[in-house]
Design a protein around this ligand. Structure first.
Ligand SMILES: O=c1[nH]cnc2c1ncn2[C@@H]1O[C@H](CO)[C@@H](O)[C@H]1O
Ligand SMILES: [Zn+2]
Length: 355
C-alpha cells in the first residue's frame, strides 16, 4: 500500500469540532495587529514568533500553555482585529481541506477596549462570513459554526450562555467552558448548563485533559455535556480492554471525544503521539474525533494531526473517513445538514480515495 502523504490528506474533506479562534492566528497578523495596538511581543519577526508560541506552549503544563494566549487575545480587542482573525481562520481551514468546522472563543476576553459582548460576536461572524465566501471563490467550500466559551475560573458563564442562545440563529451553534481545569470543576457553572438544557441548546465541556475522571463524570452526569473537550483521561477508567462504569457509559452513549493529539503531548496529557490513547480508544470503538485545539500553539493543522496519526498508528483512508464521519455525526448543526455533508461531500470523496 502506498503511504498517505500530508498533501493527500489536504485534498480529503475533513471536519473539525475543537479549534480555538484565539489559538489559530497567523504569526504575521499578530505582529501587524500588535504594532497597531501597542502590544509588546516576545518576538517581532513572524517566523520566530511562530516558533516562540510552539516552544512556550510545549511546557508540560496546561496552566503555562494557556499563558501564551495573552499575546493573541491582546490583538483581538477591536472589531477590525476580530474580523481579520476570523476571516483568516476561515481561509486557512478551507485551504487545509476542512469542509466543516466549529470554532470557539471566549467573548468575555475581548472586552478590554470597550466592545460589548454582542459586538464581539458580530465582528467574528462577519469575519467568518467574508472568509467563507472568499474561500468559495478559490474553490474551497467550508461551513463554519461558532461555539461561545465561558472561562471556567471566571463567573460569567450564565451571561455567555444567554449570549449564545441569543445568537443561535446567526451562527452560534453551541457553548463550551475552557481554561485551567484543576480546581475549577464544571459544576461551578451548573446554572448555565441547566439554562442551556431548558433552551434545547448544545454544549461541550473541556474535561479530562489536565484533570481526570471526576471532571469527566461531572461534565456528563451533573452538567449534561453533549461532547467532551479532550476527554482523553477516560482511559484512566479502562484496564487493558476492560471498561469501568464511566468509560462504558461514555462509549455506549456514543459521547463524542474531541481528542487533540499534539496539544495533549504539549500539556503533558499524553507522553507522545505514538502513546496517545487515541489508538486504544479507536480500537475500543469510542466515538473518537481528531482536532487541532490551537493551530498556532501546536504548529499544526487538521491535515497535520491526521498525518501524525497515519504515521504513528499506520492508519489509512478508512480510519480517516471514520474520524471524519464521527466528527460530522457529532456536530451541533441540524441532523439533515450534517447528513447532507456526509452523503454529498465526505463519502463520495473517501470512496474515491479508498478505491
Ligand atoms: O486545551 C485547552 N484547555 C483548556 N482551555 C483552553 C485550551 N485551549 C485554549 N483554551 C482556553 O480557551 C480560551 C478561549 O478560546 C483561550 O483563551 C484559552 O485560555
Ligand atoms: Zn481546547
Amino acid at each position: 500500500m502506498v503511504a498517505i502523504s500530508h498533501a493527500d490528506i489536504v485534498q480529503a474533506p475533513k471536519a473539525l469540532l475543537h479549534d480555538h479562534l484565539d489559538g489559530g492566528l497567523r504569526p504575521a497578523t499578530i505582529v501587524e495587529l500588535a504594532a497597531k495596538a501597542g502590544h509588546r511581543l516576545p518576538e517581532d519577526d513572524p517566523e520566530r514568533l511562530g516558533e516562540w508560541f510552539v516552544a512556550a506552549a510545549d511546557s508540560g503544563s496546561l496552566e503555562r500553555y494557556l499563558e501564551t494566549f495573552a499575546h493573541t487575545v491582546a490583538v483581538m480587542q477591536t472589531e477590525e482585529g476580530l474580523h481579520r482573525v476570523a476571516r483568516e481562520c476561515a481561509l486557512d481551514l478551507a485551504a487545509d481541506g476542512v469542509v466543516y468546522a466549529e470554532v470557539r472563543y471566549a467573548p468575555e476576553q475581548h472586552l478590554e477596549r470597550g466592545l460589548s459582548l454582542d459586538a464581539v460576536v458580530e465582528a467574528v461572524h462577519a469575519g467568518f462570513r467574508d472568509g467563507c465566501a472568499e474561500a468559495a471563490t478559490q474553490g474551497n467550500q467550508i461551513r463554519i459554526g461558532t461555539l461561545l466559551t465561558a472561562m471556567r475560573h471566571a463567573a460569567r458563564s450564565q451571561e455567555i450562555a444567554e449570549l449564545a442562545v441569543r445568537c443561535r440563529d446567526t451562527g452560534v451553534v453551541g457553548f463550551d467552558i475552557a481554561g485551567a481545569e484543576a480546581g475549577f470543576p464544571p459544576t461551578r457553572h451548573l446554572d448555565a448548563f441547566e439554562y442551556l438544557q431548558r433552551e434545547n441548546f448544545h454544549f461541550t465541556i473541556h474535561a479530562g485533559e489536565a484533570f481526570g475522571l471526576p471532571s469527566i463524570w461531572q461534565a456528563i452526569q451533573w452538567c449534561g455535556a453533549d461532547r467532551l473537550g479532550h476527554g482523553v483521561r477516560i482511559v484512566d477508567d479502562i484496564v487493558g480492554t476492560s471498561l469501568g462504569r464511566l468509560s462504558s457509559y461514555v462509549r455506549d452513549k456514543r459521547i463524542p471525544l474531541e481528542l487533540c493529539p499534539s496539544s495533549n503531548v504539549q500539556t503533558g496529557a499524553a507522553p507522545s503521539i505514538a502513546e496517545h490513547p487515541i489508538g486504544l480508544l479507536h480500537d475500543l470503538r469510542f466515538r473518537v474525533t481528531v482536532n487541532t485545539d490551537n493551530r498556532l500553539m501546536s504548529g499544526t493543522s487538521m491535515s497535520k494531526e491526521m498525518a501524525l496519526l497515519v504515521e504513528a498508528f499506520g492508519w489509512g483512508w478508512s480510519e480517516l473517513q471514520w474520524l471524519t464521519i464521527n466528527a460530522m455525526k457529532s456536530a451541533f448543526i441540524p441532523y439533515d445538514e450534517r447528513l447532507a455533508i456526509i452523503t454529498d461531500v465526505i463519502k463520495p470523496a473517501y470512496a474515491k480515495l479508498l478505491a
